[in-house]
Design a protein around this ligand. Structure first.
Ligand code: DGY
Length: 329
């Protein structure tokens, strides 16, 4: 007798450590299997586990290319990443095969903007350097010019990127009374910029005039290593460079040289190449850099909701419905 029972869709999840609320949503109607460790799934294991799956729940630590899609097979309908960035996914290849791609924009905008400001303040006011002095005996007395940093007030702040996250960073920075906020993008966004009197400038002007540069653009072939030796050479010597976007936007060796030679004042990085940064990396020897382990969106409620959106994107794609956030490229 033929069974009338429909088989459940199958989903492979590359991170067992995402918030359970997302996985619970999937389990209601799908067979869910996950990688077992709270670390990126090894490539070979991913290629084995994805075979025959209808959907893939992945993270920015997974490279989803043609080989993964081939291994999965033609029934794969959706790749859903728990991130706003999707440069780890070969979107063109997915589209060619009719595979829908989900991501998590918007929900993490405020958390990322908040962390960017925290990193900016930690860098310009030298918080980590100063904190070490408390523990190592370097704090001898209150001292008039000791541990002074460069304030945001009266400074010129340049953003590379003025999308959702860039605009929220700018809104927060505005409260610190900079003399001018500028933004560098392909197309001007006068309406959004008018709220904080920001002006649109080209990349050259941003490099030459900014006291603070904040990178908040996507990593694309155009922005890959856009901050290299030439760019750092054009910056003001007091410039403080903040990157909460992607490590790949920076030529890290050039940044290291610029910091070591004091070509620029300091840097605050939430993203590096590679991640994690090896303990032997020369950047870790410098005092004028603050490095965080890619925690821009690491706000508890944000990460929980990211887990659920990633799941809901999958459920919508499997049902052939509109996804909450689909990469349309
Ligand atoms: C993203 O979502 O792309 C961030 O880098 C991590 O949340």
């Amino acid at each position: 007798r033929l069974s009338t029972k429909m088989s459940k869709s199958s989903v492979y999840v590359t991170r067992p450590d995402v918030d359970a609320s997302g996985l619970d949503l999937l389990r209601k109607s799908c067979d869910v299997s996950t990688w077992r460790e709270a670390l990126p799934v090894p490539r070979e294991e991913l290629l084995r586990q994805v075979v025959g799956k209808d959907a893939l729940y992945c993270a920015l630590t997974d490279k989803i290319d043609a080989a993964v899609l081939d291994a999965a097979g033609p029934q794969l309908k959706c790749v859903s990443t728990i991130s706003v960035g999707y440069e780890h996914i070969d979107v063109a290849e997915c589209k060619k095969r009719g595979i829908r791609v989900g991501f998590t924009p918007d929900v993490l905008t405020d958390a990322t903007a908040e962390l960017t400001v925290a990193l900016l303040l930690a860098t310009n006011r030298r918080l980590l350097e100063a904190n070490k002095e408390v523990y190592n005996g370097g704090w001898k007395s209150w001292s008039p010019m000791w541990m002074c940093g460069q304030g945001l007030k009266g400074s010129r702040v340049g953003l590379l990127g003025f999308g959702r996250i860039g605009q929220e960073i700018a809104a927060r920075v505005f409260a610190f009374k900079p003399s001018q906020i500028t933004y560098t993008t392909r197309t001007a966004r006068p309406q959004e910029a008018s709220k904080i009197n920001a002006i649109h400038v080209d990349f050259e002007e941003m490099l030459r005039e900014s006291d603070f540069i904040i990178v908040c653009c996507a990593l694309t072939p155009e922005t890959k290593e856009i901050f290299g030796t030439e760019a750092f050479a054009k910056m003001k010597p007091n410039c403080i460079f903040i990157n909460t976007a992607r490590g790949g936007v920076v030529d890290q060796k050039a940044l290291y040289d610029a910091l070591r030679t004091k070509r620029i004042q300091a840097a605050g990085l939430d993203v590096t190449t590679p991640e994690p940064l090896p303990l032997a990396d020369p950047l870790l020897q410098l005092d004028n850099v603050v490095i965080l382990p890619h925690i821009g969106s690491a706000d508890i409620e944000t990460r929980k909701e990211m887990s659920r959106i990633t799941a809901r994107n999958i459920l919508a794609a499997l049902a052939g419905e509109k996804m909450e956030a689909e990469v349309n490229k």
